[in-house]
Design a protein around this ligand. Structure first.
Ligand SMILES: Cc1ncc(C[n+]2csc(CCOP(=O)(O)OP(=O)(O)O)c2C)c(N)n1
Ligand SMILES: [Mg+2]
Length: 569
């Protein structure tokens, strides 16, 4: 059947199972938008800035496990997507972005709103296309979705010149893919799995470090089986949070710069690290020369480029973590590590990293803890970046996979609000809280209009400390309190919310926290709470830049723990 390019794209999106698209239109992409009403299966969410479209598609993808889709026009529309695409790239989020381009005869002429978006996004996409022929669109869309969601997921961009949307071609639904150069390794090599089993059997102080790869491949049951059968403590990365229930006896929290002291000490004291679906990011490892000094390392990851990139590895296993863990689990023997687990429990008692200090003031940690209580750890939490993000990671007790959505790799302020819209649209029956900083919130504040228009019942907690807080913390600790450009004013957030038609409250004291959260949860629609917190509260524990995990500082004035000495363990 003959169709125009826009229709071919929509047909292809429908056959990929797409239900939601986030975007903003403009001249070059108008022919695509023009045919959208012919496809009522495709719900279009009009955002207020294309960065919001990409972040919303990202939040949608993380919350649902499906591919997030966003549209933008050529030129500024496309460049506005860039931060969101980069964010998805660094956090391995499946996304397809479709941008309009100037018509083919204008390409290379610096035409109005012409920009080389495939050139710009080359290093931040898994793959990108400039579609020059209407007849190839169905194939390209099919490939794009396949590339986005398989192997190590990531964003794929398709740039479509205006005339390619308009021209007609025969539409053939695509059933086959022909990508001879793209064959992700899914099954781990049996010889490597044997070697890993050997190390696991010998280990006396093993630790699992679980990353987002567990969530992406849905390997929760396999991880739990491995941990429980061999009695191995589980520590997660920031993006791995939720892949293992935090209330489980073998759960020892998050590692890294603001990880729990006992988690960092466990990594420091371990004789075996089983790193699963994680990439040894520097915020997780701290100084690599001091990372896990007594341990041999097994690294399971689907992306061969991650093996040995940051940290030396003894046994690499390239493959889908679920498939590899299944294979490993067939061959493991039940055992225990009572002394080692006892040691970790002692460390946790001696260094209760998530204990909240006593204060009459309104502490941000307390706000997060009360949101955790009120939602029983079952909400989806979407964060901003900075102190608010770290407190949200530390003080919410996550019980479900995919329940923390946070910008890990890129650390993108402004991610929180639009990503929370995507999460809520994708999971309308789940409570979604956006915990954001006053700085990050102001970067994408305009998406309040999207929330209002779509009646997306997101609950928003602004951790309002009047500062670009995380940077202020660094100035306090490393720049002798020279607070250059970190004090931050903002609008009256309650009035702003109300101006958008969103109910809101301001909370200034500890006593008001619980009733305010209750009111927000009971309210049918979106709700915003402006929590005016202690302005100079810092995030601890902290591993200072350039130091090792073992040098974690738990609280100001209480200096680093004694380095764990493997001889004593
Ligand atoms: C887009 C962007 N610009 C700058 C930064 C650097 N940065 C990291 S945290 C931070 C402060 C964030 O302030 P706020 O959103 O109020 O959160 P807080 O740390 O106060 O909780 C800044 C400026 C960033 N991560 N992202
Ligand atoms: Mg702030």
């Amino acid at each position: 059947m003959k169709m125009n390019g826009g229709q071919i794209i929509c047909e292809s999106l429908v056959s990929e199972g797409v239900e939601v698209i986030f975007g903003i239109l403009g001249g070059a992409v108008l022919p695509l938008y023009d045919v959208l009403p012919q496809y009522p299966q495709l719900r279009h969410i009009l955002v207020r800035h294309e960065q919001g479209a990409a972040h919303a598609a990202d939040g949608y993808a993380r919350a649902t496990g499906k591919v997030g889709v966003c549209f933008a026009t050529s030129g500024p529309g496309a460049t506005n997507l860039v931060t969101g695409i980069a964010n998805a790239h660094l956090d391995s989020v499946p996304m397809v972005a479709i941008t309009g381009q100037v018509a083919k005869p204008f390409i290379g002429k610096d035409a109005f709103q012409e920009i080389d978006i495939t050139g710009i996004t080359l290093p931040i996409t898994k793959h990108n296309y400039l579609a020059t022929d209407t007849g190839s669109l169905a194939r390209i869309v099919k490939e794009a979705f396949y590339l986005a969601r398989t192997g190590r997921p990531g964003p794929v961009l398709i740039d479509v010149p205006k005339d390619v949307f308009i021209e007609q071609a025969e539409f053939h639904p695509q059933t086959k893919l022909d990508l001879p150069g793209y064959k992700p390794t899914l099954r781990g090599h049996p010889a490597q799995i044997k070697k890993a089993l050997g190390l696991i059997n010998e280990a006396r102080r093993p630790v699992i470090i679980a990353g987002r790869g567990i969530i992406i491949s849905g390997a929760y049951a396999e991880l739990k089986h491995l941990a429980e059968t061999v009695q191995i403590p589980v520590i997660t990365t920031l993006l791995g949070i939720g892949c293992f229930p935090e209330a489980h006896v073998l759960s020892y929290g998050m590692l890294g710069m603001h990880g729990m002291a006992y988690a960092n000490m466990a990594v420091d004291g371990a004789d075996l690290i089983i790193a699963i679906g994680m990439r040894f990011d520097d915020r997780a490892t701290a100084d690599v020369s001091g990372f896990a000094p007594h341990a041999r390392i097994i690294h399971i990851d689907i992306d061969p480029a991650e093996i040995g990139k940051n940290v030396r590895v003894d046994v690499p296993i390239v493959g889908d973590v679920k498939a590899v863990l299944k294979e490993l689990n067939k061959q493991i023997t039940a055992t225990g590590h009572i002394d080692w687990i006892g040691q970790l429990d002692d460390w946790r008692k001696e260094h209760p990293s998530t204990a909240i200090r006593v204060s009459d003031g309104l502490l941000p940690q307390y706000v997060v803890q009360q949101i955790s209580e009120a939602t029983k750890g079952e909400a989806i939490i979407v964060t901003g970046v900075g102190q608010n993000q770290m407190w949200a990671a530390q003080h919410y007790c996550y019980s479900r996979p995919n329940s923390l959505i946070s910008s890990g790799g890129l650390g993108t302020m402004g991610f929180g609000l639009p990503a929370s819209i995507g999460a809520k649209i994708g999971c309308p029956d789940t409570t979604v809280w956006c915990i954001d900083g006053d700085g990050g919130f102001q970067m994408t504040i305009q998406e309040l209009a999207t929330i209002a228009q779509e009646k997306a019942a997101v609950k928003i907690a602004i951790i309002n400390n009047g500062y670009l807080g995380m940077v202020r913390q660094w100035q306090e600790l490393f720049y002798e309190k020279r607070y250059v450009a970190t004090p931050l004013s903002g609008p009256d957030y309650v009035k702003i919310a109300e101006a958008y038609g969103i109910s809101a409250l301001r909370v200034k004291s500890r006593e008001e926290v619980v009733p305010a959260i209750k009111q927000a949860m009971e309210h049918q629609g979106p709700f915003l709470i402006d929590f005016v917190v202690e302005p100079e509260e810092n995030v601890y524990p902290m591993v200072a830049p350039g130091t090792a995990l073992a040098e974690v500082v738990e609280e100001p004035g209480r200096e680093t723990k004694v380095l764990s000495d493997s001889a004593k363990l």
